[in-house]
Design a binder for this molecule. Structure first.
Ligand code: AMP
Length: 347
């Protein structure tokens, strides 16, 4: 792949905060971005162009694709038909296989197992009728997750015992409960030339299913740190991936277990803005533009904290704190659970 010339336009599917920070990174490298987003687009404030249209609007998709040089995404649940149309006009990076794997939890777990990585024990629960057998196989506690469109713990039901009967309403997977001591994630990048660079694994703390903080260093032993990076590298190599990926891992006494992968920049990688010379957003733009990757070396200890809902009221105080970067997403109303911004504290 040749390098994308300066002034080229990178199309981004999805106009949330990830698209916003990708757009800023792209502009620093001399590129422009065009956002495609059916709803409100905080990324639009800092982009060259915005298309506001549903993913079913073929004419809008076609003219969007024709106006850009390459297409990437900050949202992995773009409908297949839209992707087929876009890909017939411009290349999509990361590739379709990465999207297919991450759009469906069953496909994802099957893929991870095929390449020899450990996941939680799982069963396909295509319909409600499959549930009793799956619960009998895996035992309780267990978690039922919709195969598609789940995020931030949405579409999930916990089963405390095998006699419990609940249904998500859609094809699902049942996962055996993993007794983990910590959740960590690796943000890994693979360039168009196959070069791989990983950032230091971060320790993630969730509340009510939503990421609250990521801290680096994450406190893992050197052996587990190495394992985490090797797992992430194996995944991107197996997918012939180009771009940044977030790989979420459970730490257990028996080693690391892959929870899920996100084929995009990831909330748990925001700390790289304060800890690295090249952050995850620039790294992703470099990869999709065919530029050499930056190094993933970490130069500081950092804690990233998400500003969720009313946390936004703390911004005046946060602005007065030393060694603190404040990032605001330019969203309107602060609803409970809505990610409004984040801070990176250099420790
Ligand atoms: P997910 O949407 O799959 O990332 O799940 C959201 C959160 O639920 C994870 O970050 C974990 O804290 C928890 N969780 C998910 N799957 C499991 C599992 N198999 N065992 C234990 N905890 C889990």
């Amino acid at each position: 792949m040749t390098e994308l010339p300066a002034g080229s336009v990178i199309g981004i599917l999805g106009g949330g905060q990830l698209g916003r920070m990708l757009s800023v990174a792209a502009s620093r490298l001399g590129y422009r971005t065009h956002i495609y987003e059916p709803g409100a687009a905080p990324a639009g404030d800092v982009a060259h162009a915005v298309t506001t249209a549903p993913y079913e609007d073929e004419a809008a998709l076609r003219s969007f694709a024709q106006s850009v040089d390459v297409i990437t995404y900050e949202f992995e649940n773009v409908p297949t038909a839209a992707l087929d149309l876009l890909e017939s006009i411009r290349p999509i990076r990361p590739n379709r296989r990465a999207l297919a794997v991450s759009q469906d939890r069953l496909t994802e777990k099957d893929f991870l197992s095929e390449i020899g990585l450990r996941t939680a024990p799982y069963r396909n629960v295509e319909t409600e009728a499959d549930l009793p057998q799956a619960l009998a196989d895996l035992g309780a506690p267990a978690i039922l997750k919709t195969r598609r469109m789940g995020y931030d713990g949405k579409g999930q039901i916990r089963f405390a015992d095998t006699a419990q009967r609940d249904w998500t309403g859609a094809p699902s997977v049942l996962e055996g409960f993993v007794a983990f001591s910590a959740e960590v994630s690796v943000i890994v990048a693979r360039g168009a030339d196959g070069q791989v660079a990983a950032f230091d694994p971060g320790l993630n703390v969730h509340r009510e299913g939503i990421l609250r903080t990521t801290t680096v260093p994450c406190g893992l032993s050197n052996t587990l740190l190495m394992d985490a990076v090797l797992i992430a590298a194996k995944i991107v190599n197996a997918l012939d991936y180009v771009g940044v990926m977030g790989v979420e891992l459970f730490v257990t006494p028996g080693g690391l277990i892959v929870n899920e992968v996100a084929p995009r920049v990831h909330n748990s990688g925001h700390w790289t803005q304060a800890g690295c010379a090249v952050d995850q957003f620039e790294q992703h733009i470099r990869a999709v533009a065919g530029l050499p990757l930056g190094d993933g070396q970490r130069y500081a200890d950092v804690e990233m904290e998400n500003l969720i809902g009313d946390d936004i009221d703390r911004v005046p105080a946060l602005l007065k704190q030393p060694r603190t970067q404040v990032h605001l997403y330019g969203k309107g109303a602060a609803r409970p659970g809505r990610k409004m911004g984040h801070v990176n504290r250099v420790l």
